[in-house]
Ligand binder design. Structure first.
Ligand code: NAP
Length: 509
């Protein structure tokens, strides 16, 4: 923990130059780069009792990354020791912990501290932040604390508020029920009748792990996902030793993976040839995995590939060969105390209910408040849809930066690349403020508007808007995709290369 600074604000318990919210990939990257730039007066607050963000919280069986580990890691912290092509949750979590250790970041992280509210103090040009300690057990009360920071960085990401479906009667269910992100390892599923709602990225990872022990497994699918082969493999000890000895092959492998994934963006941006090729791969995968034509038809997506996130799995389709597994495509009408009833009137007895129903993605800062210039709250500023200039800065919110903000997610490549580009951009902004003695830096409303309009034009042609599906990429009200970057990673790198000061209002100290 950094000591409270000399120029501490009267009412603040802690005063820092930069406050980062979240100690996942984003917050850790930001912290390491601040240290590298010699900017040491910062603090990372994290609501959980350990660091790692999504890779600490998501602990369901089979939880792994569907982006190759050599690319889903920091370019400046390459790990020659990855044991598999697609690393599991534990290995990624340990990797993040080792990054923190190696870079001496631990003293800057305060765990069990939840961000509640922040308000921009125009006169003082800093943020006043309220946070609360998260009680570890029932005996402890939550304690509020006041912080003060010149710069506020959100590293909260978009996949951390679980979405549980609103199904009539769901609150009446009397057995154990939990979300994939809050997995109950204390609930023994063996011999039980288990219902899984959802067939998204998380569900298709844990379903093959719970199917063998469940007595009966009902998989409630609303929309069939596109699934392509995962082709996972382990790196032998010999290969890892070679990676360790000579750094060049790790670098070259990372570059290879980058370009191998980068071309897939063309299918999202409207290239029908690439899209048809990818759909063929997925259809063959389904045919090889599922012999029964009726079941295959039920598992065949009715929209273009890429419209929703493309899933990777080699063990999901084979699950349906098991006699204890049933795919249910009929809409759920009601949940009762110990059963799930579908619209055709069929009632299935259920002991345990598991939600693989995703996250609140398009509603950022749920349960938090952020008051910018003139006291405008960020949810009001975003009432017509989420926008941020380059996905990072928001007009009306000086000295505030978002990592993995609106329209900077990816469906085709590693988001860690986007995080690094954003962190480098923020560091450039901070250096600019330091060198030119700027107290407040705020993107101009016209610049943000122009950026949002350009994105909307690009978005219209993408498969996400025209591929025949509704997805969590899109804002529920406007139908606009406010989640993904409608371009290649290389294009984003170019956009982030330098800070165009003409796009910002800069107020001197
Ligand atoms: P998700 O992809 O949003 O899937 C949610 C599933 O629940 C979908 O099948 C959805 O059906 C269904 N669903 C939602 N509400 C429902 C309702 N009311 N009734 C019935 N079904 C409902 O969520 P997720 O699987 O947790 O994954 C979220 C994201 O996390 C991923 O896309 C990915 O970005 C990330 N993730 C990444 C990895 C990785 O390896 N990198 C692994 C896991 C998760 P519809 O399709 O009809 O909406």
């Amino acid at each position: 923990m950094p000591a409270a600074s000399g120029n501490q604000h009267n009412s603040a318990d802690i005063s820092v130059d930069v406050l980062i919210v979240g100690a996942g990939f984003s917050g850790i990257c930001m912290g390491i780069k601040l240290l590298e730039a010699g900017m040491k007066k910062f603090l990372i607050i994290e609501k959980s009792d350990d660091l790692g963000g999504t890779w600490y919280e998501n602990r369901y069986p089979g939880c792994a990354c569907d982006v190759p580990a050599h690319l889903y890691s920091f370019s400046f912290e390459r790990n020659p020791g990855w044991t598999r092509m697609f690393a599991g949750q534990q290995e990624i979590w340990q990797y993040l912990k080792s990054c923190v250790r190696r870079n001496g970041l631990s003293p800057h992280i305060r765990l069990g501290t939840r961000f509640c509210e922040a308000a921009w103090d125009e006169a003082a040009s800093h943020w006043r932040i309220t946070a609360s300690s998260v009680p570890r057990d029932n005996g402890n009360l939550s304690k509020r604390m006041n912080l003060c920071a010149r710069v506020l960085v959100s590293g909260m990401g978009a996949l951390h508020v679980p979405h549980c479906p609103e199904i009539p009667g769901i609150e009446r269910f009397s057995g154990p029920s939990f979300h994939s992100a809050t997995w109950r390892s204390d609930v023994d599923l063996s011999g039980k009748s288990v219902a899984v709602i959802g067939t998204g990225a998380s569900a298709i990872q844990f379903i093959p792990h719970i199917a063998p022990s469940a007595g009966k497994l009902y998989i409630f699918q609303r929309t069939a996902p596109w699934i392509v082969p995962r082709l996972d493999f382990g790196f032998s000890e010999k290969a890892r030793a070679r990676f360790r000895r000579i750094p060049a092959p790790t670098w070259a492998f990372r570059k290879f993976l980058f370009f191998a994934l980068e071309w897939r963006v063309f299918s999202f941006l409207g290239d029908r040839v690439v899209r048809a090729h990818m759909e063929k791969i997925a259809r063959n995968h389904l045919e090889n995995g599922v012999a029964d034509p009726k079941l295959r038809a039920a598992l065949t997506p009715r929209y273009h590939i890429g419209c929703k996130r493309i899933l990777l799995s080699d063990d999901f389709y084979p699950v349906f060969r098991r006699s204890n597994v049933e795919l249910v495509t009929e809409k759920i009408a009601e949940v009762r105390e110990r059963s799930v009833v579908t619209q055709d009137g069929t009632e299935r007895p259920v002991d345990v209910l598991i939600y693989g129903t995703g996250f609140h993605v398009t509603e950022q800062f749920i349960g938090m408040k952020l008051f910018g210039r003139g006291g405008v709250e960020i949810h009001d500023a975003w009432r017509n849809g989420l926008t941020a200039y380059l996905g990072v800065t928001v007009s009306g919110f000086p000295n505030f930066f978002i990592l993995l903000g609106p329209n900077t997610g990816l469906g085709h490549n590693s988001v860690v690349l986007m995080i690094e580009a954003q962190v480098d951009y923020i560091i450039k902004c901070l250096k600019l403020m330091r060198d030119r003695k700027i107290a407040a830096m705020e993107v101009r409303a016209e610049s943000q508007q122009h950026f949002a309009e350009t994105l909307r034009d690009h978005m219209a042609r993408t498969v996400w808007q025209s591929g025949g599906c509704r997805s969590w990429y899109q804002d529920a009200q406007t139908g606009q995709n406010t989640t993904l970057w409608p371009g290649s990673v290389i294009q984003y790198f170019r956009a982030m290369r330098s800070v165009a000061t003409s796009e910002y209002d800069l107020r001197r100290c």
